[in-house]
Design a protein around this ligand. Structure first.
Ligand code: SF4
Length: 362
């Protein structure tokens, strides 16, 4: 590590935009605690509703549930331990009854959202999805359907033989409330080709987000790193997210996590906690047009998720009643609402439930 450039520090503390070259310098040259302090300062500048009615600094979280409506997928990403083919004995497509049961359980604990994603099923037609959305919307009007990642939408357009915009419009009309940033991984095509060659490329991922934002659907932005990419690739990923946000402004939050290797075909040495914190902090500083950054306790564990609140995050993510994808790759952290609130309070913040749009709930 070399000494930090005071002019760059001043720029960050003034809330000014930093370049990709400056981001690289920052990543390489800044001692981790200093980078955390800078990210923390930027969080204070970025977050509009950071305080509750009593002047206490708030850290938010959401009660929601993952619903993976099918595990059948023909994309075979090398980092994925979740997918099955139709020939596997344990492949499934959830029925409405099974989904209802999950939604009843979620409602019982005060949940407000489902994160609904699946594999890329080669045979399900548009009616399956529109019926499912309409069914959930009618029976569970209090639950936001945060569903279908950009690679899924590209897959739908292909399977249904319809333009992307038309698919997204129909899904919105049927009840879709917002779109998760899944499948972003690293938005550099050379990297995508190595880890998920059959998945949509960076431009197509961003195109879904651009259309969704134009149609009034908000979305999150993600990054899965620590596999075959370089630090420069990670910064290019951030640059593409920032450019998209400048253009359409529909990203609610940035969430990053590290590759979880167990049971996957991707041979890569996982990165450690320090690199996770470093990357999240850099994301907070670089993404000056994002209001929210979520810590990722699901992959990093509750303690690291807590520490990440000192590295630019203002949100603890989700209570998450159910998680199927990361757990298949060997990561099985699970905590309840009380534990989340305790972890937030331990750092001197006030825990507060939120909805998908980061509005504070009573
Ligand atoms: S990550 Fe998603 S798209 Fe890739 S194989 Fe797994 S389920 Fe399919």
């Amino acid at each position: 590590m070399t000494a930090l450039d005071p002019a760059l520090v001043d720029k960050i503390l003034a809330g000014e935009r930093i370049s990709a070259a400056e981001a690289l310098t920052l990543y390489r040259d800044t001692p981790l605690p200093d980078l955390g302090a800078l990210a923390d300062a930027r969080k204070d500048l970025a977050k509009a509703n950071a305080y509750d009615g009593h002047g206490r600094e708030v850290v938010t979280y959401i009660i929601d549930r993952n619903i993976n409506y099918t595990n059948v997928c023909n994309v075979y990403c090398k980092f994925c331990a979740f997918y099955r083919t139709e020939k596997d004995f344990d492949h499934y497509v959830l029925s409405h009854e099974e989904i209802d049961q999950k939604l009843d359980e979620l409602t019982a604990i005060g949940g407000v959202q489902i994160l609904m994603q699946g594999g890329h099923h080669p045979k399900l037609g548009i009616d399956y999805y529109l019926n499912l959305l309409a069914h959930i919307r009618a029976k569970y009007p209090h639950i936001n359907i945060h569903g279908f990642s950009p690679p899924e939408f590209n897959h739908f357009a292909e399977v249904f033989g319809l333009p992307l915009r038309e698919v997204i419009t129909k899904f919105k009309e049927a009840g879709l409330g917002s779109i998760p940033g899944g499948g972003g991984e690293i938005l550099v095509d050379r990297v995508r080709q190595r880890i998920a060659p059959l998945k949509c490329d960076s431009d197509h991922w961003l195109e879904v987000m651009a259309i969704a934002h134009e149609l009034g659907l908000k979305s999150s932005a993600t990054m899965m790193f620590g596999h075959v990419e370089t630090v420069e690739d990670r910064i290019e990923h951030l640059q593409r997210l920032r450019d998209q946000q400048d253009a359409t402004g529909g990203f609610t939050a940035f969430i990053c996590w590290t590759f979880q290797p167990e049971n996957t075909k991707l041979r890569a040495t996982p990165v450690g906690t320090a690199e996770y914190l470093r990357m999240q902090a850099l994301g907070r500083i670089f993404l000056d047009n994002f209001e929210n950054v979520q810590s990722s306790w699901v992959t990093q564990g509750p303690k690291i998720g807590q520490i990440a609140l000192r590295y630019g995050a203002n949100d603890f993510g989700s209570v998450m009643m159910e998680e199927n994808v990361v757990s298949k790759a060997g990561t099985t952290f699970r905590i309840n609402q009380d534990e989340i609130e305790r972890l937030i309070r331990e750092l001197g913040y006030e825990p507060h439930r939120r909805d998908n749009w980061y509005r504070l709930l009573d």
